[in-house]
Design a protein around this ligand. Structure first.
Ligand code: PGA
Length: 248
């Protein structure tokens, strides 16, 4: 059995003070959580959130990591830096990083391996654009990402994949539960084939893209969907908690 994992992706929202207030509001609401609960916060919020989540089920995540251990990479943060701070998860290859910051399948792969090397759990994002879906190329695009983004991983139980159709991110347009289930099923099948013998069956795959308090239950009821990566709705304590408590 794969344990469900609900992760908030705050993106570039919340100053450290705002982060403290949000965690204080979320904490009492997720006491009974049966799934893994993660908040992926802006790097500068990490110290404040680390303190704020003490004594709760919430785990700390970052939103990006550089692939080098150290060196001349102005503005970047390394996996050992995150690890030393108690960060356990890190989002890699979010579509916004691919779209606005020149992230490629190759750099996604390098960042994923760097995270694993440091003992972090990467949440690797893949997904197709609207144009790609409408032209019937969803599986082709996902197959390319699957082939390139995960090269060199030995144990897939140590990573999380987030399937995020780009057209559903921040748009209010969710993939239907059936669509998400079908596509995630495709991803798992394809990965089992390419990375046979590497524990793909134990790898959790989340859905992401306008997941909210209303649709979480239906999405999470799908057999292939092991969790959610939540943007907008993770910024409101009651909404995020309702998603975390999807099974209650
Ligand atoms: P959204 O974002 O929930 O606001 O659509 C999801 C994501 O980008 O991870």
């Amino acid at each position: 059995m794969r344990k469900p994992i609900i992760a908030g992706n705050w993106k570039m929202n919340n100053t450290a003070r705002e982060a403290e207030a949000l965690i204080a509001a979320v904490k009492p609401l997720v006491k009974q959580a049966k799934c893994d609960v993660v908040v992926c916060v802006p790097a500068i919020d990490i110290p404040a959130v680390k303190k704020a989540i003490r004594g709760s089920k919430i785990r700390l995540g970052a939103q990006n990591v550089h692939f080098a251990e150290k060196g001349a990479y102005t503005g970047e943060i390394s996996a050992p830096m995150l690890k030393e701070y108690g960060v356990q998860y890190v989002i890699v290859g979010h579509s916004e990083r691919r779209q606005y910051f020149g992230e490629t399948d190759e750099t996604v792969n390098k960042r994923t391996l760097a995270a694993l090397n440091a003992g972090l759990i990467p949440i690797v994002c893949i997904g197709e654009s609207l144009e790609e879906r409408e032209s019937g190329r969803t599986e082709e695009v996902l197959a390319r990402q699957i082939e390139k983004d995960f090269v060199g991983i030995e144990d897939f139980s140590k990573i999380v994949v987030a399937y995020e159709p780009i057209w559903a991110i921040g748009t209010g347009k969710t993939a239907t539960a059936a669509q998400a289930n079908e596509t995630i099923g495709f991803i798992r099948k394809k990965m089992k084939k390419i990375y046979a013998g590497k524990n793909v069956g134990r790898m959790r795959i989340q859905y992401g893209g306008s997941m909210n308090a209303k649709n979480a239950k239906e999405l999470m009821a799908m057999p292939e969907i092991d969790g959610g990566l939540i943007g907008g709705a993770s910024l409101k304590a009651p909404d995020f908690a309702a998603i975390v408590n999807f099974d209650q």
